[in-house]
Design a protein around this ligand. Structure first.
Ligand code: ATP
Ligand code: MG
Length: 381
C-alpha cells in the first residue's frame, strides 16, 4: 500500500488531472503533474508541475523517481512513456492496457478476440482498403458508416459520417491519411457507460450505470442511474467487468456502450470504446456517490481498499462547453441559487466553442425530476 503522505504523479493536467489532484490531496498525498501546458487546469492545484512533453525521457525519469506511483488522465500518453516510467515507480493502469485503448484498431481487435460485442467494422490502413471496407461494413446494404482515426481522436474529433466510397475517401484524406477504422452507423436507442475500478488485488467496484446524451459528438448530459431494464444493466456490468479482467486492469476504467434494438424486439449492447481513466460521464459521482471516481482512482493507484460506489441520489450532470459563454459570462446564479445543484468550473483561461469548461450536477428524487431541473437551469444560463 502506498500510504497518505507519499507523492503521486498524474500524466496530464486537464480537468481530469485537476480532479485527481484534488482527490489525492484530500487524502493527504502530494501530487506532481506532468503536462506540456503551463496553464492547464491541474497546474495550480498540484504541489509541483513538471512542464514537459509526455515523451521527454529526462523529465519522465525525474517524475518517476519523485513519485511513488503514477496514473494518467488521458489515453494518448505514449504507451512507451508508461513502460519507461514503470522502471522507477508503480504505474497504473499498465502500458499494455493503455496501448489497447489508445488505438482503435487494437481496441476492436481486443473486443473481437475476446467475444465482446461491437459494431461491424473494417480496418483501413491506406486508400486502397476503402472500397472493400465500405462493401464489407455498410454500403452494400445501403447503410451509412462512420470512419474514425485509429489514434488521437476525442470528443467526436477525428471521425466523420460517410454514405459512399467517395465520401469515405475524402474523409480519409481530410484526416491526414492515417490508419482508420470504418464502423457501421448503428441505430442506437441509447448510450450508456459503466465506470468501474479494479484494485491491485483484483477486487472490483462498479459505479451506477450512466445514461449519456451527446450533442455534435460531444457528451452533453449524463443521467444516473441509466433508465434501462435490469437485465441490460446486469449485462453491461458483466461485460465491463470481463473487459477489466481480460486486461488484467488496475485503476479506473470506463466502458462506453451503445444500446440497439435487436430483431426480436428487445435490446442489446454493443461496446463502443474504453477509456483507461475516469470519464466525463462519471462526473456525477462527485456529488451523488459515497466515493467519487477520482478518489477511487487514487485508491486503486495506491492499493487502498476501494470505496463504496453507492448512489446517494439520482443525478443529472450537464457539461458546460465554451459555447455557453457566447461573448458574455454565463448567469452562474441560476446554478448557485438552486439548492440541488453544484457548479464545477475547470479554471480554463479561454472559452472556445466545443471546449469543456466545467459542468454542473443536479440531484433530485428521480432522474426525470433532476433532468427537468437541469434543463430549466440550462435555459437560464
Ligand atoms: P469521446 O472522446 O467523447 O468518447 P470519441 O471521439 O472517442 O468520443 P466515439 O466515442 O467513438 O468518439 O464517438 C462519439 C459519439 O459519436 C458516440 O458517443 C456516438 O454518439 C456517436 N457514434 C460513434 N460511433 C457510432 C456508430 N458506430 N454508430 C452510431 N453512432 C456513433
Ligand atoms: Mg466515446
Amino acid at each position: 500500500m502506498i500510504l497518505p503522505g507519499s507523492t503521486l504523479g498524474i500524466l496530464g493536467g486537464g480537468q481530469l488531472g485537476r480532479m485527481f489532484t484534488t482527490a489525492a490531496r484530500t487524502l493527504g498525498y502530494s501530487v506532481i503533474v506532468l503536462d506540456p501546458d503551463p496553464h492547464g487546469p491541474a497546474a495550480h492545484f498540484a504541489d509541483r508541475h513538471i512542464v514537459a512533453d509526455f515523451s521527454d525521457q529526462h523529465a519522465l525519469e525525474e517524475f518517476g523517481k519523485e513519485c511513488a506511483a503514477v496514473s494518467t488522465e488521458f489515453e494518448n500518453v505514449p504507451a512507451d512513456s508508461l513502460r519507461f516510467l514503470a522502471q522507477f515507480c508503480t504505474v497504473r493502469p499498465s502500458a499494455e492496457a493503455v496501448a489497447i485503448s489508445q488505438n482503435r484498431i487494437a481496441e476492436k481487435q481486443f473486443f473481437t478476440d475476446h467475444g465482446f460485442p461491437c459494431a461491424r467494422y473494417a480496418v483501413i490502413q491506406s486508400r486502397d482498403d476503402i472500397a472493400a471496407a465500405m462493401r464489407q461494413v455498410g454500403t452494400a446494404a445501403g447503410l451509412p458508416c462512420i470512419i474514425k482515426r485509429s489514434q488521437l481522436g476525442y470528443d467526436g474529433k477525428g471521425q466523420a459520417r460517410v454514405n459512399n466510397i467517395d465520401e469515405a475517401l475524402r474523409a480519409f484524406d481530410d484526416m491526414g491519411g492515417a490508419p482508420c477504422v470504418l464502423e457501421e452507423l448503428v441505430p442506437l436507442t441509447l448510450e450508456i457507460s459503466v465506470i468501474l475500478a479494479r484494485g491491485a488485488d483484483a477486487q472490483i467496484a462498479v459505479f451506477p450505470i450512466a445514461e449519456n446524451q451527446h450533442c455534435n459528438g460531444i457528451l452533453d448530459v449524463t443521467l444516473a442511474p441509466a433508465r434501462i431494464p435490469d437485465n441490460l444493466a446486469e449485462q453491461a456490468r458483466r461485460i465491463a467487468t470481463q473487459i477489466a479482467e481480460r486486461l488484467n486492469y488496475c485503476g479506473v476504467l470506463a466502458v462506453e456502450f451503445f444500446v440497439v434494438a435487436d430483431s426480436a424486439g428487445g435490446e442489446r449492447l454493443l461496446v463502443n470504446e474504453i477509456a483507461p481513466r475516469p470519464h466525463n460521464s462519471g462526473h456525477y459521482t462527485l456529488d451523488a456517490c459515497v466515493t467519487d471516481q477520482f478518489e477511487q482512482q487514487v485508491r486503486a493507484l495506491c492499493g487502498l481498499p476501494l470505496g463504496d460506489t453507492r448512489l446517494l441520489s439520482p443525478a443529472v450532470m450537464v457539461n458546460l462547453l465554451g459555447d455557453v459563454w457566447g461573448g458574455d459570462i454565463p448567469h452562474w446564479e441560476s446554478i448557485l441559487t438552486c439548492p440541488q445543484a453544484n457548479l464545477h468550473l475547470y479554471g480554463k483561461r479561454e472559452a472556445r466553442p466545443g471546449r469543456k469548461m466545467g459542468h454542473y450536477t443536479v440531484v433530485d428524487a428521480s432522474v426525470e425530476r433532476a433532468l427537468a431541473l437541469a434543463m430549466d437551469i440550462k435555459e437560464k444560463l
